[in-house]
Ligand binder design. Structure first.
Ligand SMILES: CCC1=C(C)/C(=C/C2=NC(=C\c3[nH]c(/C=C4\NC(=O)[C@H](C)[C@H]4CC)c(C)c3CCC(=O)O)/C(CCC(=O)O)=C2C)NC1=O
Length: 161
């Protein structure tokens, strides 16, 4: 896993260079948003189950998915879906704190699409659920932190599509 700082350092280290202005600007903007990121992570942690529940209600419930034949039908599959949404929220929050997407590649997206395809989990509906979490989260943490979280919800969505 990388963060915004190690990402900059690694890329300059392989070139054997000191940080230039563009690297310094990247670090400055990461540090300047540090307080915002930590506060957003705390708010999300305190409201995680509400975020997942509200997003599921918005995007998934009372659709064909929850009726017989749908991928969320039966308590086991319903619970697996809600659990997956919680994974996406938790890992998007880690990535937002780190200011880097590498944790999403390594721990979430690696092999996920293949798993979903083999189990018949609908990717389109999953992306809608992730986008609903993006909206619900932004309403909770405010526009600036919401935009920051949006980067990582979108990264998961495009990794799935
Ligand atoms: C931390 C990283 C991580 C992720 C992301 C993850 C996802 C993940 N979701 C799974 C299943 C599943 N995922 C869903 C999800 C859904 N079905 C729908 O219709 C909805 C659109 C959607 C919820 C938004 C369902 C229903 C299953 C069970 C499918 C089945 O067994 O038939 C499985 C198969 C194994 C299992 O059931 O636990 C994995 C590996 N596991 C991990 O360790």
């Amino acid at each position: 896993m990388q963060d915004a700082i190690t990402a900059v350092i690694n890329s300059y280290d392989v070139q054997g260079k000191y940080l230039d202005n563009s690297a310094i600007d990247k670090l400055k903007s990461f540090f300047a948003t540090g307080e915002l990121r930590v506060r957003a992570a705390a708010t999300i942690a305190a409201n995680a189950s509400t975020i997942v529940k509200d997003a599921a209600a918005k995007a998934l419930l009372y659709s064909d998915l929850t009726r017989p034949g749908g991928n969320m039908y039966t308590t086991r599959r319903y619970a697996a879906c809600i659990r997956d949404m919680d994974y996406y929220l938790r890992y998007a929050t880690y990535a937002m704190l780190a200011g880097d997407t590498s944790i999403l590649d390594e721990r979430v997206l690696n092999g996920l699409k293949e798993t979903y395809n083999s189990l018949g989990v609908p990717v389109g509906a999953t992306i809608q659920a992730i986008q609903a979490m993006k909206e619900v989260t932004a309403a909770l943490v405010g526009a600036d932190a919401g935009k920051e979280m949006g980067v990582y919800f979108d990264y998961i969505s495009s990794g799935l599509s």
